[in-house]
Design a protein around this ligand. Structure first.
Ligand code: MN3
Length: 248
């Protein structure tokens, strides 16, 4: 099915008619349709994908120095430590990043933190764009309205989840097992796909609320960062993530 046809058909989600239930971490065949982040299965090591835009592109919302350090040091560091941890365990050969996220256990902290760090940041770079978008349209807008009532209610829930996450972590918009969208937050580099997440689902949008994501520009004003972030959301890519999640 072509993406456009799918979007047309899944307009029904907004009308309250759910698609077939989708488990967040399900069979290999279904996973191929889920968010892949372009990664290859883990054979030797994971590598960092190109950012796809310049460090200055998201200014003034996110300054170039923050982007350079965040992408070049923090994200790159998660990948380096993930590769080291994978080498040490010898497990997960041939698994995709998503499969690792889905099967990592709470106590495997090296892989949990660094596979999470790699996955979360790979998604984060893709759901932002210079100038952002007009806001969600089509099936994504319908799904947001169907799940939250309206876009403003979603924005307020997302803001609150990001603002109140104590310490470091992420706030998410995810697709749940009932195909509805929900907002949640996770600590550190955890992710809603992880089996021990409080609310499990497939994330399609996430905001990094670690201080390293905003401190140079916003210092302690996390709320200002979150509000500005909504101006640079790449809604087309969020819609694409939703399409992959339900694209069966
Ligand atoms: Mn970060």
């Amino acid at each position: 099915m072509k993406k456009r046809e799918f979007i047309k058909i899944t307009g029904i989600v907004g009308a309250g008619i759910a698609l077939s239930p989708i488990a967040a971490c399900n069979s290999a065949a279904d996973q191929k349709k889920e968010l892949t982040l372009g990664e290859k299965p883990h054979i030797n090591e994971f590598t960092q994908l190109d950012l796809g835009y310049d460090f200055t592109s998201l200014e003034p919302v996110i300054d170039a120095q923050t982007m350079e350090i965040h992408y070049g040091k923090h994200h790159a560091g998660y990948i380096r430590k993930l590769n080291k941890a994978l080498k040490e365990t010898g497990d997960y050969k041939g698994k995709t990043l998503r499969e690792i996220i889905c099967s990592v256990t709470e106590n495997q902290t090296g892989i949990r933190n660094n596979a999470g760090g790699h996955y979360n940041h790979s998604m984060f770079w893709k759901i932002m764009a210079p100038g952002g978008g007009e806001g969600p349209t089509g099936a994504l807008a319908d799904a947001i309205n169907g799940s939250f009532g309206d876009f403003d209610t979603f924005k307020s829930e997302f803001f609150s989840a990001a603002k109140t996450r104590f310490g470091s972590g992420w706030a998410w918009l995810s697709v749940g097992a009932d195909s509805k969208l929900f907002v949640s937050s996770t600590p550190n580099q955890d992710n809603p796909l992880m089996s021990f997440a409080e609310q499990k689902g497939t994330p399609i949008l996430g905001i990094d609320v670690w201080e390293h994501a905003y401190y140079l520009n916003y210092q302690n004003r996390r709320g200002d960062y979150i509000k500005s972030f909504t101006d640079i959301i790449n809604w087309d890519n969020v819609a694409e993530n939703m399409w992959r999640t339900g694209g069966r």
